[in-house]
Unconditional design. Structure first.
Length: 403
């Protein structure tokens, strides 16, 4: 195994992205997602009668054009795909059925060989990096689709050895050796496309990273800074590839176990809060360990989780607990939110414009429903409405179109 050049890959990644507009907070969490995806279900930690894998679901939450969340994600995903070309990747507008198809690709590879070079163990590999630049494009078309996505992402999060997925025609697909990692982004208002029924399930597994600003405005690239970033890019790429080759059981030290256990026990004594906070709190102990594993992988090849790694994982979770309350006002599902997301996504696919009649057909909405929706979108300046004779046309604003 190659020796590390960087003391901490995540610190190096923040240096690499220093001369970009997204904040360190967004870049840090994208970096967490990159290491998570690079592992491809190759490392784990023993818990109580199950294995814990370091896969995470990360959604960057920021108003359109306010924080450059797409730049943060795109920068990281490009680096990952260069460094670990075998990572299976799906992006853009997708369906639950398409996600199952890609997860069920049944890619086989040799995990061990004998001295004679003969295959002795073939494993079905179902690791997957899911990249959603705007989650509403995949969740938001109709309630049934959003529900299917929510259930699927919730069910496969545990990286099970096997999961039987039932199709719409009641046929079944056996998914093996799951390892989903999700890096996504959304406008806060579009969190509503995740069904409210998901509070006890998907919300408890999501790391929702709220940001309201850019790091700073950068009008032009800096040649000297770009040279530094290019040099660091190669080091980060090589180091991430090295990380991706690690495999086996990750072990916490006795001191690390003690720190986590004390926090775990204290967490259970806290008074109940709102349903979204409680959904996250009931599952965040494992998420803290996942983050501790990722911090260990960022620093060394020894697969040892130390007290400082656990402390960083706990700190991140405590910050998440305080932020969930800030997001609660946006996280209620409604028919309006579903229709809004669907109409915007359809207009975007049509180049930013379309007619009222087209949108009525697409949404399956009545005239009253579509008029109410267009009035709301016009009032919030998401669309412009123009009337030409008997026809009504919509045009997305520039920020919404460029998202």
């Amino acid at each position: 195994m190659a020796r590390r050049k960087l003391a901490d890959w995540l610190d190096g990644y923040l240096d690499y992205t220093a001369n970009q507009e997204p904040t360190d907070k967004l870049n840090y969490w994208v970096g967490i997602g990159l290491i998570s995806a690079a592992m491809k279900r190759q490392v784990w930690m023993k818990r109580v009668r199950y294995k814990l894998y370091p896969n995470v679901y990360i959604v960057l939450v920021a108003e359109s054009a306010k924080a450059r969340k797409s730049i943060a994600m795109d920068t990281g995903v490009r680096l990952l795909r260069e460094a670990v070309s075998e990572v299976f990747y799906i992006s853009g507008n997708m369906t639950p059925e398409g996600l199952v198809k890609h997860t069920n690709r049944q890619k086989a590879f040799v995990t061990e060989t004998t001295k004679g070079g003969q295959k002795v163990d073939v494993k079905l590999d179902s690791h997957l990096l899911i990249h959603m630049d705007e989650i509403a494009e995949s969740f938001g078309y109709d309630r049934n689709r959003a529900n299917k996505f929510t259930i699927l992402l919730t069910k496969i999060y545990g990286s099970q050895d096997e999961h039987m997925h039932t199709l719409a025609n009641e046929d079944q697909i056996l998914l093996k050796n799951l390892y989903p990692v999700w890096i996504g982004g959304t406008d806060p208002s579009n969190l509503k496309v995740i069904p409210e029924d998901a509070i006890a399930g998907l919300y408890g597994r999501l790391l929702l990273i709220l940001e309201s600003k850019k790091k700073r405005l950068i009008a032009w690239s800096n040649e000297e800074e770009d040279k530094k970033a290019d040099a660091l890019h190669e080091v980060l790429k090589d180091e991430l590839h090295t990380i991706s080759l690690l495999s086996g059981e990750m072990r916490p030290t006795p001191d690390a176990k003690a720190i986590w256990e004390a926090w775990y026990n204290e967490l259970d004594t806290r008074p109940a809060e709102g349903p979204r906070v409680e959904a996250f709190r009931q599952r965040c102990h494992d998420t803290a360990l996942k983050l501790a594993m990722i911090h260990s992988l960022s620093e060394s090849n020894d697969l040892i989780v130390k007290p400082k790694h656990v402390t960083r994982g706990i700190k991140s979770i405590e910050e998440q607990l305080s932020e969930i309350d800030n997001l609660a006002q946006w996280s209620f599902a409604s028919d309006y939110a579903q229709r809004r997301a669907s109409l915007i996504a359809q207009l975007r696919r049509q180049g930013g414009a379309g007619s009222r009649s087209q949108m009525m057909k697409h949404l399956g909405a009545s005239l009253d429903d579509i008029v109410l929706l267009e009035s709301s979108l016009e009032a919030e300046k998401t669309i412009e409405v123009a009337i030409q004779g008997k026809h009504v046309f919509y045009k997305l604003n520039k920020d919404e179109l460029m998202r």
